[in-house]
Write a protein that binds this ligand. Structure first.
Ligand SMILES: [Zn+2]
Ligand SMILES: [Zn+2]
Length: 315
């Protein structure tokens, strides 16, 4: 986005304001910012959470140039953190520590010290587990029986690092979707000896159209399934037609067969096509079971699926 302003301009998390010939800076929060900092009750290593009030306060003290505004921002911060369940003492302490640092010190560029070759000791953070790094360190003498190991692994080089454990969000959601999702559902014949649809059913967990598109069923279905979208494929040219029905698939198939057999009953060009091109022969594959019984929604779904799969015989 581009921001234009005569008096003020946000840049990253800084709001630069122009007062005559003077520039002042303030913290900038996007209008969508809900200030949902990590909840203090969240399962994270204690030091991570205990550092947050100080870090946020320090950031405010660094950015805000006017003292009065700074104190207002710190009062706000206090409210934000309280609503995330941080203890009063911890918030107060963090803010006090940050305020004590002179601003020119805060603004001075940090000189990065080159860290020696640290060895991260990575474990998953599980609150009820003991501190594994300490356990490992007490066992270092075993490793240090080797001269080489003694030189390579010095206790002060071991850096404790915590990996986040699985939380509900990670368990319930997925960041990546696989494009070719294998279907868990399948289409099958009902097996009833009197069923007139079984012979026409195309079975399996997918159906590939002549144009190469793959149809994947969203539920287990057979001839008796109701309220669904199906695909009919001509045995002659292998082109398809997508249709919908609120009734059982076998009843709908019976109507299709009837209309293919006698020309007077025909309502759609498909019937004539299958009669001539397919010599009355076709396969049917139900693939989209509707979740609710609503004719309008089913018709809309049918239209959308026709747009997606572009079956030739609907035209
Ligand atoms: Zn059947
Ligand atoms: Zn055909």
């Amino acid at each position: 986005t581009m921001e234009i302003g005569e008096k003020q301009l946000p840049f990253l998390d800084v709001l630069v304001q122009k007062n005559n010939t003077l520039l002042t800076t303030d913290v900038f929060y996007k209008s969508t910012d809900t200030h949902q900092y990590l909840d203090f009750r969240s399962s994270h290593p204690s030091h991570t959470k205990r550092n947050i009030p100080y870090c946020l306060a320090r950031r405010i003290c660094t950015i805000v140039s006017d003292q009065e505004t700074r104190d207002e921002r710190l009062v706000e911060l206090n409210i934000f953190l309280k609503s995330q369940n941080y203890p009063d003492g911890l918030i107060g302490n963090g803010i006090r520590r940050a305020r004590q640092i002179p601003r020119n010190e805060l603004l001075a560029p940090k000189v990065k010290q080159t860290a020696s070759e640290k060895i991260p000791f990575v474990t998953t953070y599980i609150p009820c587990h003991p501190n594994m790094v300490e356990v490992a360190k007490t066992n270092l003498p075993i490793l240090h029986q080797s001269q080489k190991m003694r030189e390579l692994i010095r206790p002060e080089d071991i850096l404790s690092s915590k990996r986040q454990p699985n939380n509900l969000k990670k368990i319930l959601t997925r960041a990546r979707y696989s494009v070719k999702k294998k279907s868990d559902f399948t289409v099958s014949r009902c097996g009833d000896s009197r069923c007139g649809t079984c012979d026409y059913m195309s079975e399996g967990n997918q159906f590939v159209l002549k144009n190469g598109r793959t149809i994947i069923p969203n539920a287990n279905m057979n001839c008796k399934s109701k309220n669904l979208i199906y695909c009919i494929t001509c045995a002659g040219c292998s082109e398809s037609y997508i249709g919908q029905t609120g009734n059982a698939l076998c009843e709908r198939t019976r109507v299709h067969r009837q209309q293919i057999r006698c020309a007077e009953t025909r309502q759609i060009p498909l019937s004539g096509h299958i009669d001539e091109c397919g010599r009355g022969s076709f396969t049917i594959y139900p693939f989209n079971k509707m979740t609710e019984e609503n004719c309008m929604k089913r018709l809309n779904k049918e239209r959308r699926l026709i747009e997606i799969f572009q079956p030739r015989l609907n035209k």
